[in-house]
Design a protein around this ligand. Structure first.
Ligand code: C2E
Ligand code: CA
Ligand code: CA
Ligand code: CA
Length: 276
C-alpha cells in the first residue's frame, strides 16, 4: 500500500527498494490520469483581511486514482515536474480553472499555480493568452502564483516572461515567500503584485514564537513599502488571524477561512462574506 511521504507507490507489486520502477509506474499513471480525466480542481478561498469578504479562489489540483484513491499533490507534483508531465497537466489546470472561473461572480479572482517547468516553456505567454481568449476570462481576474525556484535558473528570461505576462493584464504572486534564499532581491527585480507568506511562519507565530512574529511583521512592512499585496497563508486559528490582521496583511487564506473544495458555498459567495 502507498505510504504517505514514504515514496512507496500504491501498486501491490512494488517494494520500497524499487523506486525507479515505482516512479515509472507513477509517471505512467499520471499520463493515464490526464487522458482519462482523473484530475479535478479544488478551490480554496482567500479573503480580503479588512472586510473579510472572499476576494478569490486558488485552484489546487486533485487526483482520484482508480486503485489508490486520492493522492495528494505533494506525492505526484514532484514526479510530474521531473518528467515534464507537469506541462500538459498544468495546461489542463489553467484551461479548466479559467473556464470554471468565468462563471463566478464578477470581482472574484482566480489564482493558478505555475510550476517552474511550465514557466520556462518557450510558449508560456502565448498559452496563457490563448486560454484567456478561449475561455473569455478577463486577464485582470487571473493571478499566477510562482515560487522563487522558478526565477533562479535564467533570471533574464524570467524577467522577460513576467513582463510579458503582466502586459497581458494578469497579476503575479510570489508563493511560499520566505522559504527561499534570495526572496528579497527577487522582489525588487521582478514585477510582483503580491507575496504569499509561507504558512510555516504563520504556524510558528501560533506557538508564541516572537521571532516568527517579527519576520511576519517585517515581510508585511516590506511588502507595503513596495506596494505589494501580502497574503498570510495557512491561517488555522482565530489567534493567527487576529495577529496577521493586526500586522496589516491584505489577504488571509487557510483552513480557518475555508478548506479547498467546490466553489459556490452560498454563504460565502452569494453575499461575499465569510461568517467566522
Ligand atoms: P501551495 O500552492 O502553497 O498551496 C497551499 C497548500 O496548503 C495546499 O495544499 C492547501 O490545501 C494547503 N493549505 C491551505 N490552507 C492550509 C492550512 O490552513 N493549513 C494547512 N496545513 N494547509 C493548508 P495542496 O492542495 O496539498 O497542495 C500542495 C502544493 O502542491 C501546493 O502548495 C502547490 O505547490 C502544489 N500544487 C497544487 N496544485 C497545483 C497545480 O495545479 N499546479 C502546480 N504546479 N502545483 C500545484
Ligand atoms: Ca499556491
Ligand atoms: Ca504557498
Ligand atoms: Ca507550497
Amino acid at each position: 500500500a502507498r505510504q504517505a511521504g514514504g515514496g512507496t507507490w500504491c501498486h501491490a507489486e512494488a517494494t520500497t527498494d524499487e523506486e525507479l520502477q515505482e516512479q515509472q509506474s507513477l509517471e505512467q499513471d499520471l499520463r493515464i490520469a490526464l487522458r482519462d480525466g482523473q484530475f479535478s480542481l479544488a478551490y480554496q478561498p482567500f479573503l480580503d483581511a479588512a472586510t473579510m469578504e472572499v476576494a478569490g479562489y486558488e485552484a489546487l489540483l486533485r487526483w482520484q486514482h482508480p486503485r489508490c484513491g486520492a493522492i495528494p499533490p505533494s506525492a505526484f507534483i514532484p514526479v510530474a515536474e521531473a518528467s515534464g508531465l507537469i506541462v500538459p497537466i498544468g495546461q489542463w489546470v489553467l484551461a479548466t480553472a479559467c473556464a470554471e472561473a468565468v462563471a463566478w461572480p464578477q470581482p472574484l479572482t482566480l489564482a493558478v499555480n505555475l510550476s517552474p517547468a511550465q514557466f520556462i516553456q518557450p510558449g508560456i505567454v502565448g498559452t496563457v493568452a490563448d486560454v484567456l481568449r478561449q475561455t473569455g476570462l478577463p486577464a485582470h481576474r487571473l493571478e499566477l502564483e510562482i515560487t522563487e525556484t522558478t526565477l533562479m535558473d535564467d533570471t533574464q528570461n524570467a524577467l522577460r516572461v513576467l513582463q510579458a505576462l503582466k502586459a497581458l493584464g494578469v497579476s503575479i504572486a510570489m508563493d511560499d515567500f520566505g522559504t527561499g534564499y534570495s526572496s528579497l532581491g527577487y522582489l525588487r527585480k521582478f514585477p510582483f503584485d503580491k507575496i504569499k507568506i509561507d504558512r510555516s511562519f504563520i504556524s510558528d507565530v501560533e506557538e508564541g514564537d516572537a521571532e516568527a512574529e517579527t519576520i511576519v511583521q517585517a515581510i508585511i512592512a516590506m511588502g507595503r513599502s513596495l506596494r505589494l499585496d501580502v497574503t498570510a497563508e495557512g491561517v488555522e486559528t482565530a489567534q493567527q488571524l487576529a495577529m496577521v490582521k493586526a500586522l496589516g496583511c491584505t489577504f488571509v487564506q487557510g483552513y480557518l477561512l475555508g478548506r479547498p473544495g467546490p466553489v459556490g458555498f452560498p454563504d460565502k459567495v452569494a453575499d461575499g462574506t465569510y461568517p467566522p
